[in-house]
Design a protein around this ligand. Structure first.
Ligand code: HY3
Length: 275
């Protein structure tokens, strides 16, 4: 689960601004959050321009402006595609010495946040290994990288940190076969979705390594079996990096609504933090 706090945007072209919240603070980008928020903006009539069969919603995320295209038949919204910020393969074959796991080699790729991408074979595991084993191995790798390896975004210092790590089935070469992955982010949160920003970073990695061409679509599957489709759509630059705009497509669903109440004399209701 993810939280989205809606805020007025400071970019004039944006329909809405959003801060995504996780278990340790905020996220620079959340692709599955963008998919759900795109639908919400259409269904609540909040998008600037409601058009059929597709409405464009511009969402200012912490990583920058993301364009969501929401299927809309005039009554109900459907699948959402989004175009993320310029994404790029940042570093290849980075070695990290992870306590209890030894030397692990990862690629680092930016897809709205910096992701370490690591095939499950590095841990002598496969992507169907238990969620707790994945969480422990990938979480330890991410935490070690945060200590040992510094990343720098060419334009934004506030994005210059290791946000997440993704364990993959290693199927990086283009094929029509589904490729599976699992993202561990923030304070060892495990993503039930294929991870929109992670999938963006995987396409940027594959594009940077010459494994996929513009317009080729891949299907990414999460540990729950949920899928997103993604493809590189345009070559761009980000600072000196050869970057790519990635389109990700998926579905989000409503699960309920709730109302929070804060009474004047409820001290705990103002929030608390346990360490
Ligand atoms: O879909 C996404 O992009 C998010 N899922 C968990 C981590 C990422 O922020």
């Amino acid at each position: 689960m993810f939280g989205a706090i809606l805020v007025p945007p400071d970019l004039p072209e944006a329909d809405i601004g959003v801060i995504f919240i996780n278990n340790e603070g905020y996220s620079p980008m959340c692709g599955h959050g963008v998919i759900s928020l795109g639908r919400y903006m259409v269904d609540k009539g909040l998008a600037k321009n409601l058009t059929i069969p597709e409405t464009v919603v511009k969402i200012q995320c912490p990583c920058g402006l993301v364009e969501a295209r929401v299927q809309y038949d005039g009554k109900k919204s459907g699948a959402v595609s989004f175009l993320s910020v310029p994404s790029f393969l940042y570093a290849k074959d980075v070695s990290v010495d992870v306590p209890e796991y030894g030397k692990i080699v990862v690629d680092i790729s930016f897809g709205g946040g910096f992701f370490a991408l690591v095939p499950a074979s590095q841990f002598n595991m496969n992507i169907k290994s238990s969620a707790s084993k994945i969480r422990a191995a990938v979480g330890a790798t991410l935490e070690q990288l945060r200590k040992d390896y510094k990343v720098a975004h060419p334009d934004y210092s506030d994005l210059s940190y290791m946000y997440a790590a993704i364990i993959t089935d290693g199927k990086d070469e283009y094929s029509e076969e589904v490729t599976a992955n699992c993202c561990v982010f923030a304070d060892r949160m495990l993503d039930r979705s294929p991870c929109g920003s992670g999938v963006t970073s995987r396409i940027a990695q594959q594009f940077g390594r010459g494994l996929i061409k513009l317009g080729q679509t891949r299907t990414f599957e999460s540990i729950t079996g949920a899928t997103f489709k993604a493809k590189p759509v345009k070559s761009v630059k980000c600072g000196d990096y050869d970057a790519v705009i990635v389109e990700v497509t998926g579905n989000g669903y409503y699960t309920g609504t709730s109302t929070f109440t804060l009474e004047e004399d409820d001290i705990i209701g103002r929030g608390f933090l346990l360490s």
